[in-house]
Design a protein around this ligand. Structure first.
Ligand SMILES: Nc1ncnc2c1ncn2[C@@H]1O[C@H](COP(=O)(O)OP(=O)(O)O)[C@@H](O)[C@H]1O
Ligand SMILES: Nc1ccn([C@H]2C[C@H](O)[C@@H](COP(=O)(O)OP(=O)(O)O)O2)c(=O)n1
Length: 217
């Protein structure tokens, strides 16, 4: 078991990034947003004119991503791309490239390299199953699709009803279905994961629950 790793997996907009970053900061540990690497691969491919289904070319790009995670920004080839990788079109691209085994292997070691002596909280889809199977604590963070769509809409400053909201909900459901049904590293709770349904739980309570579980180990 790796005492110094907490793996947080779950579907889109369940709060993984928010909760993982807050838990990392509470413990003084590093934080890995693994989805950012898949998003960066999708964006880099678009910039380089590589199609999101060209597995061999994508794996080469993923292996050589010129990325730097600085305190304030994510840099791709020296350019800040924080906003560019957050859109739902790049999210769909990330989900598409993430279904390709060669892309996943190209990013595997890069993710493990985020582990420092202090410890690491990592969020994604396969943190517990593939990247850190020895994690001390595995959390599967989830919430109903409706609640997750509301959180995403709020994040984007959109109304919680109407056509734009319906589109967000449809996108979330489509991407989750793709991530759950792929053959390589599908999104699913591990048998030894703690399930945390945050549909009726705020951020503070979610963070506290994860820290409580960790302290009980
Ligand atoms: N437990 C929670 N209760 C209410 N809002 C939350 C909760 N967890 C996260 N959020 C909000 O939901 C939005 C999506 O969270 P995020 O961490 O980006 O999710 P993910 O990384 O799973 O896509 C953010 O605006 C965040 O502040
Ligand atoms: N460890 C990971 C992380 C992300 N992915 C893929 C699948 C996801 O749909 C995309 C984007 O992930 P990301 O965590 O950034 O997306 P959300 O913020 O949850 O909407 O990348 C993956 O396959 N494995």
């Amino acid at each position: 078991m790796n005492q110094k790793v907490i793996a947080i997996d779950g579907p889109s907009a369940s709060g993984k990034g928010t909760v993982a970053a807050r838990v990392a900061s509470a413990l003084g540990w590093a934080y890995l947003d693994s989805g950012a690497l898949y998003r960066l691969t999708a964006l880099y491919a678009r910039q380089q004119g590589v199609a999101w289904d060209d597995e061999a070319a994508l794996a080469q790009l993923a292996a050589a991503l010129p990325v730097a995670f600085t305190d304030g920004a994510v840099l791709l080839d020296g350019q800040a791309v924080d906003e560019a990788i957050r859109g739902e079109d790049i999210g769909m691209g990330a989900s598409a490239v993430a279904a390709l085994p060669q892309v996943r292997s190209a990013l595997l070691q890069r993710q493990r390299d985020f582990l420092t002596a202090q410890g690491l909280v990592a969020d994604g889809r396969d943190m517990a199953s593939v990247v850190f199977p020895q994690a001390a604590l595995k959390v599967f963070l989830t919430a109903s699709a409706e609640v997750r769509a509301q959180r995403r809409a709020r994040q984007l400053g959109l109304a919680l009803d109407g056509a734009a909201f319906a589109q967000i909900l449809a996108d979330i459901e489509k991407r989750d279905a793709a991530d759950r049904s792929r053959t390589v590293a599908p999104l699913a709770p591990q048998a030894d994961a703690h399930i945390l349904d945050t549909s009726a739980l705020d951020i503070d309570a979610s963070v506290k629950k994860v820290l409580d579980w960790y302290r009980q180990i």
